[in-house]
Design a protein around this ligand. Sequence first.
Ligand code: CDP
Length: 227
Amino acid sequence: MIIALDGPAASGKSTTARLVAQRLGFRYLDTGAMYRALALAAQQRGMTDEAFASVLPSVRLDLGYDADGNQTVALDGEDVTAAIRTRDMGLAASAISRHAPVREYLVQMQQELGRRYSEEAGGAVLDGRDIGTVVFPQAELKVFVIADARTRAERRLAELEVRGEVYPDREAALDALEAELVARDHADAARAAGPLRAAPDAILLDTTELSPEEQVEIVVQHALARQ
Ligand code: CDP
């Protein structure tokens, strides 16, 4: 079984995907982390996104899980799980993900991983922007996860603070983050290749007023109803 979770930045997709996978005994794949890792690889090589697209097969991208079931990412053998979580890497990922060769490369990898995870564990939960529309248009369950922009900014700020970033003026930080997330969503929705878009048969899940447990329960119930 394939479960596709798509939606705008910081809407709660990754948390939901990880916990839904845990509940159902499935495996999960955070596809945004893959775009973030390639953005970092391009930066490390000092290459433009265009030039980088032609050396894609030389990049070694290894995905795994830590003891808590969080996805880990290694680039050319080096663990970059934390390094790809910065705001800059979110913006760089959005920029590199506009390029069709980059998308084709990762989409194929995601399809292979999704199929393999599904065979090995009985199901795979993928989160991203184009999972239900491009990567797995035949997914048994598609969910489009949204939340209002301020709530998303608050959640992202909390994540950044947990990672050690310090924001003395929280209100100013929230304003800046909100503007950044909204601008990234617009760019993601406006691009020609794999735009951020709900599949016509996706269920809309607004997490603004929901706890992670409530979000997870809703998706799990839909999944069980389709098994
Ligand atoms: O965690 P957050 O929602 O901020 O972003 P992410 O899921 O890590 O994705 C970072 C960027 O990668 C997005 O802004 C998208 O431009 C891109 N992305 C994509 O194009 N397609 C996907 N399937 C996943 C992410």
